[in-house]
Design a protein around this ligand. Sequence first.
Ligand SMILES: C[S@@+](CC[C@H](N)C(=O)[O-])C[C@H]1O[C@@H](n2cnc3c(N)ncnc32)[C@H](O)[C@@H]1O
Length: 433
Amino acid sequence: MATRRDRQTRQQPAGGQVEGVAARKAALALLDAVLRRGEPMDRAVHASCQRLPSDDRALAIAIAGDALRWLGPLDALIDSATDQILPEDSKVRAVLRIALVQLLQMRVAPHAVVATSLAMLIAGPRRLTHAILSRAHRDDWTLPSVPPLPAPVAERWTAHWGKEIVTAAEAAWAAPPPLDLRFRTAALAAAYADGASLGPKHRRLARAGRVELLPGYADGDWWVQDLAATIAADLLGQGEGRAVLDLCAAPGGKTMQLAAAGWQVTALDSSAKRLERLRENLARTRLDAQLVTTDLRHFTPDQHYDAVLLDAPCSATGTFRRHPDVLHRISQAEITALSALQHELLARSARWVRPGGRLIFATCSLEPAEGEAVIADFLRSHTDWRIDAARPDDVPAGVAIAPQGWVRTLPSTGSDAPDLDGFFIVRLVAPPT
Ligand SMILES: C[S@@+](CC[C@H](N)C(=O)[O-])C[C@H]1O[C@@H](n2cnc3c(N)ncnc32)[C@H](O)[C@@H]1O
């Protein structure tokens, strides 16, 4: 039976342009932004897909995402099929990448793939592309069911975490993860009809298209937040009217958690645009926080806080399941620079914690330089601070607490540990005076 996508590509609209090409052109633009310019894919989607109808935008994102996941095997197939040297950034290689991923991974009908691919090329590359796609079809080419991580990442993570975690990461990379919802209250979560519960305020849904259309979204009952991302604010417990400074807060997952748990929240971020999203999120969930737009490096509050939460800017390599671009973009030099920034921001944040108060440091990174190393360095220079070890009832079931007392979530090896983003989270206590 013809799918909607097939029908789209078979019909030739007035003017002779092959239908379905706009989505493929957008997918090419996304790949180019990530691989050549090193841009985050979310930003590129904003720039390249804004005018597309939502179906086309979703298709472009799916094609680019899968092409990034299977980039290594796709290139190996392309290079095995021609004696020509196709430069990394050549258009014909890019078209072949997205064509083959549609054919071999997404199972888009071959005629649709061929028509849309050839429509984007001029004569010479068109012949080569046609020959390679025909061969892929004729010789039953396949891609591995699990994509290998890019070599530098596999090397780095093998050194840090071992081979078993790299294998688990590859399995996790094969598909976008499920959708985690965090509810304002446990009662709202318990009353929610869909999904599985991995905690009192949590529901996990299989990926569900447009989140705005899900029950409870318009009423502000929940927001989307990976279960691992909820651990940092949960380590602060109930606020009971106490004051918390939420640093690097936008778009506000942790701000909403803290406000819902009864904290008086001051939420700071340097990005006015991202704070605008935080403001919208607060309005939708009917939660309250005071917002401050400024660079933390130049911020001096006029009070001390019962707790400070620093969700520091980081490489975000822990979010690779949802953001397949991140493993192609982030270099060791960027990790080193971000680690230095985190050292600086943590030392600054510590100044605003009242004596005996708590300081949470979190990053959504799978790089020890952005987690364990930052804390080791902080404790060396702040000898009167200590770690307040997380306890089993502070974290979702199956999440391990390190002997040092921090939480490090890693790709699940299939035991009892849930599938989560990669995070580092630690709770520190300020000296009593
Ligand atoms: C990991 S995200 C925060 C996610 C957020 N805490 C949440 O739970 O939704 C990091 C944030 O840090 C902000 N940021 C980066 N550098 C900053 C700085 N020097 N001062 C303040 N905010 C900064 C970014 O704008 C970004 O919103």
